[in-house]
Design a binder for this molecule. Structure first.
Ligand code: FES
Length: 163
C-alpha cells in the first residue's frame, strides 16, 4: 500500500467519535492530508458501504473540501476598502509579479497560492497581507515582494523532517 493510501486508511479507520459518517470520514481525511484525493473517495466508499458516486455527492456539496493538494505557502492580499484606499492594488500587482502569476491562484509547482481577502481584520495597519496566516501590516509593493521572494521550499515529509 502506498503512503498516501495508508494515511487515508488510518484517518478513516482511526475515527474515535461515537458516530462515524461519510462526512466525518471525509473531514478526517482532509484533516490528515489537507485535501480529498480520489483514493479517499474510494476508501470512504468501501468503509461506509456506499458507492464512490454517493461519496462524491457529499464531498462536492461542501465548499470547504479541497480536491487538489495545497500549496506549500499561502499569501493573501487584503482587498478591503481601507487597504484599497492606501495601496492594495500595487501591493497585489507586486505579489503576483513576484510569484509569476497573472491572477490570484496557485503556482503550477504548488509552491505558492495567492489570494484576495475582503478584510484581514487589521485595518489600522493597512495595507495588509497575510503570509502563511501571519499578518504583515503597512506593506509596500517592495516589502510585499521581499516577503514573497523570501519564502523557501519546505522539507518534504519523506525527508523525515515532517512539515
Ligand atoms: S480592509 Fe484590509 S485589513 Fe481590513
Amino acid at each position: 500500500m502506498d503512503r498516501l493510501r495508508q494515511t487515508i486508511t488510518e484517518a478513516v479507520h482511526g475515527q474515535s467519535q461515537p458516530t462515524v459518517t461519510v462526512l466525518s470520514s471525509l473531514l478526517a481525511v482532509q484533516d490528515a492530508i489537507g485535501y480529498i484525493p480520489k483514493e479517499a473517495l474510494e476508501e470512504v466508499a468501501a468503509f461506509t458501504g456506499k458507492t464512490v458516486n454517493d461519496i462524491w455527492a457529499v464531498a462536492s456539496f461542501y465548499p470547504n473540501f479541497k480536491f487538489e493538494p495545497l500549496c506549500q505557502h499561502t499569501v493573501e492580499v487584503c482587498w478591503g476598502t481601507t487597504c484599497h484606499l492606501v495601496g492594495a492594488m500595487p501591493v497585489m500587482k507586486s505579489v503576483l509579479d513576484t510569484a509569476g502569476l497573472r491572477e490570484a491562484g496557485d503556482t503550477p509547482d504548488k509552491f505558492l497560492s495567492v489570494g484576495y481577502n475582503t478584510c484581514l481584520g487589521a485595518c489600522s495597519q493597512a495595507p495588509v497581507i497575510s503570509v502563511n496566516h501571519r499578518l504583515v501590516g503597512r506593506v509596500s509593493p517592495e516589502t510585499a515582494a521581499r516577503r514573497v521572494s523570501g519564502l523557501s521550499a519546505l522539507p518534504k515529509p519523506e525527508d523525515g523532517h515532517g512539515q
